[in-house]
Design a protein around this ligand. Structure first.
Ligand SMILES: *Cc1c(COP(=O)(O)O)cnc(C)c1O
Length: 232
């Protein structure tokens, strides 16, 4: 099979998983968007995916993302940035990313706004909330208690749109449990920010529990593209 055939088959399988999960959760499949995480895979794959109807892709490393977004500029895709952000790179990321999902501290917001101000369209922003146990190693994301101040900083920035929350289920815990906590955090967040309705949660291994917990965007890498060349 050609790479295009491979990608078509795996994309069909993932779309089916999403629609079955929606049906099971009694949700409208149109309310869950597929974002394909293309990190480590070449721009040629992005081009094939675009031809198969993918409209949103995500990357997690600045240099790779910047190069690929430039190479694929003609495809009209929405580029999501989902990786750990350094504050000195934030402005550069906002120059090409249409959506930044990994905003976890106020220090990033100034740079994002500077980058966003240079573009025609504002940048959609998701706050990454940590679902890890307090003090867990390698945790990323803001504490739920810090979301209010972070949201305020984004809202004060004229070229940033506060759209919602993003989270990654911690390793070693039942994702359904982690996403139940996320759902609770989101309900409280929506009380304060009713327009910030987006919820980015669910990856290849756990998209079903994420959809049950209310995800509006699932970020799928390996189930579409295959195993990444190295562990990430
Ligand atoms: C890599 C990555 C994904 C996709 O992971 P898969 O398990 O390959 O689907 C989703 N979200 C983030 C933040 C990632 O870094």
């Amino acid at each position: 099979m050609s790479r295009a055939d491979d990608l078509a088959a795996s994309l069909t399988a993932v779309r089916l998983r999403i629609s079955e999960a929606c049906e099971e959760a009694q949700r409208d499949p149109d309310d869950v968007s597929l974002v394909v995480v293309t990190k480590f895979f070449p721009a040629d794959d992005v081009r094939i995916l675009a031809g198969l109807g993918v409209t949103q892709v995500a990357e997690n490393r600045h240099q790779e993302a910047q190069a690929k977004a430039a190479e694929c500029e003609d495809l009209g895709l929405r580029w999501h940035f989902v990786g750990g952000l350094q504050s000195n790179k934030a402005a550069a990321v906002a120059a090409y990313a249409d959506v930044v999902e990994s905003i976890d501290r106020i220090k990033l917001v100034g740079g994002l706004q500077r980058g966003a101000a240079e573009r025609a369209e504002p940048v959609d922003c998701l706050l990454q909330v940590s679902l890890d146990a307090p003090g867990a190693s390698g945790r990323s994301g803001a504490d739920a208690g810090d979301l209010g101040a972070l949201a305020a900083a984004v809202q004060e920035s004229p070229d940033l749109n506060l759209c919602g929350l993003m989270a990654v289920a911690p390793l070693g815990e039942d994702p359904a449990q982690a996403f139940a906590r996320l759902s609770q955090i989101r309900t409280e967040f929506l009380d304060e920010h009713p327009e910030a309705t987006r919820l980015s949660a669910g990856m290849s291994a756990d998209l079903e529990p994420a959809i049950r917990a209310g995800a509006t965007h699932v970020r799928i890498g390996s189930a579409v593209l295959g195993r990444r060349p190295s562990i990430q």
